[in-house]
Design a protein around this ligand. Structure first.
Ligand code: SF4
Ligand code: SF4
Length: 349
């Protein structure tokens, strides 16, 4: 994450505070109100459908939490519940495979993409991958499966000096493996390129521990000892806009934390499909987290040291935040209804 500028901080505080409603902080809601809140708020559903990752990167909690020795798939009942719920709410935001597994290690991913497309025809489907399993044939299949976006992290060894020449060497090797050309779009702080495809957006970025440190790598809810620890007072808007589901159906407060770490046990709000838990009900269960992250002030663990989207704390941002999160004020209510269409942002990922 790059340092968040003053203007970005002000914009984020204003936009996200104006999207808060009383119902975001209620732990029970009538079904119709819960559905409406979900539809108006959730921009991104992030999932993993396998437990497995083939790597143990030094900047990832997989360097000390085992995700390599077993390959466990998401239980069918959980997957089916996700598809049913996507369909019943006609979900049109982003649906992203990411988390702490390698999505392309699971051959069924092609079928899963088609199933999501069928359940939610308007949604934007994306995969974050380390690219290790990609080859020309696999890429063609992903294109044919109606995936919208592939984001590839090309991880180079930590021992390599991170510079343009080295990054280009690894990019060339990768492009030869997948038999596609590419154009470099950015060289700092990380080398980023667009890979040619007529059917989907493919972005690849070259990374290692040195490049991650340049962009202030996440401390993953306090798990990463090699990341900067913040004393967080900034608000966090992730649990307003995102719903994050692990391979066993566990729903957690945000994409930084892990249901398979005992340090983050308090961030799990339930398991999809268990006692019929739906995507919508799981989102409502995040109400107390939203309350605790609503505005500036000390945060509880694991947010207490989180350096992700750490908006600047100035007199202006603190005042704006405190003023705009007042969901009872008639002025704020009127501003929200006027600005509502402009504040929606469904396709960011
Ligand atoms: S960063 Fe990605 S590729 Fe590396 S261990 Fe974590 S999940 Fe796997
Ligand atoms: S502040 Fe908390 S909820 Fe927000 S990204 Fe960090 S760990 Fe997640």
């Amino acid at each position: 994450m790059n340092k968040i500028t003053r203007y970005h901080s002000i914009g984020a505080v204003v936009r996200n505070s104006l999207r808060m409603y009383d119902n975001h902080f209620k732990v029970t809601l009538p079904q119709n109100e819960a559905e409406q809140l979900f539809q108006e708020s959730v921009e991104l559903i992030e999932v993993e459908t396998t437990s497995y990752c083939n790597r143990t990167c030094s900047f990832c909690p997989n360097s000390f939490i085992d995700r390599r020795s077993k390959k466990q798939s998401m239980p069918e009942s959980v997957w089916q519940k996700i598809l049913d719920d996507l369909q019943s709410i006609n979900y049109s935001g982003s649906f992203v495979w990411a988390r702490y597994s390698e999505p392309l290690s699971e051959p069924r991913i092609i079928e899963r993409i088609r199933e999501v497309r069928q359940a939610a025809p308007e949604c934007r489907i994306s995969i974050n991958t380390n690219g290790d399993f990609l080859n020309p044939d696999y890429l063609n299949k992903l294109e044919e499966a109606s995936l919208n976006r592939l984001f590839i992290d090309i991880y180079i060894p930590d021992e390599e000096t991170y510079n343009l020449e080295v990054a280009k060497k690894y990019l060339k090797k990768f492009s030869e493996r997948i038999n596609r050309s590419y154009q470099v779009l950015n060289t700092s702080p990380e080398v980023l390129c667009k890979v040619d495809s007529l059917k989907l957006s493919i972005v690849a970025v070259v990374r290692n521990i040195a490049s991650f440190k340049k962009i202030d790598m996440s401390d993953r809810g306090g798990l990463m000892q090699n990341a900067r620890k913040a004393s967080r007072t900034a608000p966090c808007y992730a649990p307003y806009k995102h719903l994050v589901i692990d391979w066993d159906g566990s729903v957690v407060v945000c994409c930084q934390v892990r249901s398979d770490s005992s340090n983050h046990a308090n961030t799990v709000v339930g398991k999809i499909g268990v006692d019929g838990l739906s995507l919508i009900e799981a989102y409502i269960r995040l109400a107390e987290w939203r309350q605790s992250l609503r505005t500036y002030g000390a945060k509880k663990s694991p947010c207490a040291t989180c350096n992700v989207s750490e908006y600047e704390s100035t007199l202006l941002t603190r005042s704006l935040s405190r003023f705009l999160v007042n969901t009872k004020s008639p002025v704020i209510k009127a501003s929200k209804s006027i600005l509502h269409p402009l504040l929606k942002n469904k396709n960011r990922f």
